[in-house]
Design a binder for this molecule. Sequence first.
Ligand code: ATP
Ligand code: MG
Length: 418
Amino acid sequence: MALTAVKGFNDILPDESGRWQHIEQMARRVFELNGFAEIRVPVLEKTELFSRSIGDATDIVEKEMYTFTDKGENSVTLRPEGTAGVMRAFIEHKLYAADPVAKLYYLGPMFRYERPQKGRYRQFHQIGAEITGVHDPLADAQVLNMLTAFFREIGLTEPTLQINSLGCPECRPAYRTALRNFLDERMALLCDDCKRRSATNPLRTLDCKVPGCVEATAGAPSVLDHLCSSCDDHFSSVRRYLDLSATPYSINARMVRGLDYYTRTTFEMVTGLLGAQSAVAAGGRYDGLISQLGGPAIPGIGFAMGLERVALLLGSQNFSSCPDLFIATMGVGERDVAFRLMDGLLKSGIRVEMDYEGKSLKSQMRRADKLKSRYSVVIGENEVASGRATFKRMADGAQADTALTVAEIRACVMKSEQ
Ligand code: ATP
Ligand code: MG
């Protein structure tokens, strides 16, 4: 039987990896410009970290985690998201002692046992960023502006930003009660999941995609009408900062997030181009998380974006690089000269390819075309004897005469680059 990858786990092949590198480089550039430093944490953590942070009554913890018992009888889980591990490290290494304000970003694979479909996989990749130690809504606005800047820099007009506030432990209980009372009267209309959620996690019913539930909850009370005055002020300030920086957004009072640790500001970058997989990036404030995990009472805010979905939005744009020069030889006699030139040019930073197998000139030139080499040089007995050759631009056949030296060929490549 042929060996294949595990269902929902993808290979990223060489013709796609250029796009992935482009996304990653762009994110690093934008995040580092904003003062964020990379943190690298393990992909495997103790199961308890996720049940305590994400919440027991969430889809992730209830049914999506890759949890198993290791040979030492410990329950461990492949991380379904990045924030919990980053905050575990923040606390464990007392990063807050030197400065409670930390700006961290991470990237890497995440694992969730979901039904695979376009834009939804069992191993997927996120780039995320977190700011700790800032209560001020200015941090919320900086994070949102940074996310907006990333999508602008990468050249995508989709997705668009939606924001909401989920209140805090002061005001959310009253909202939950109001929502639960509303749901109690419509229980018969809800799907089985939502019947259960209305007791355990009623906010999640607003997120249900089942048409009956969408209809039944259409007139549900709005969380924004139940914010306490400090949450209301916070949300107004976030909006004011976004307006000050001319960041486009809309308010979506039905947006709830699938993780329990969020407080106050929550947000998603949403697209209509990926079907049900509409969220490309998502996040929010988590003022209680760090203390919940045993750390000091330090607030935080952050987001994660799904790289597979960003890559899908970028489409088939080509980001892989092509050789600068292909050196072809008329016969085997010129291969030493060609090899020495290639070696010298590679050492000077010019990307060169040559034939590996002693093929005919015609097939060498076919290969130069296939690799999309920008220039070519053909070396025969005459070129070796005279020490000169023709430097040719592949796109239009334009020619120049060059000495067969590293310095001069390099100069030809550099000159035509300008
Ligand atoms: P969804 O509603 O699509 O399930 P989510 O709310 O579970 O998303 P988050 O936990 O907020 O997603 O993760 C942030 C981002 O990670 C999402 O916006 C999405 O781009 C990406 N993501 C989440 N789950 C997957 C998955 N199974 N496959 C691919 N990308 C994913
Ligand atoms: Mg999900």
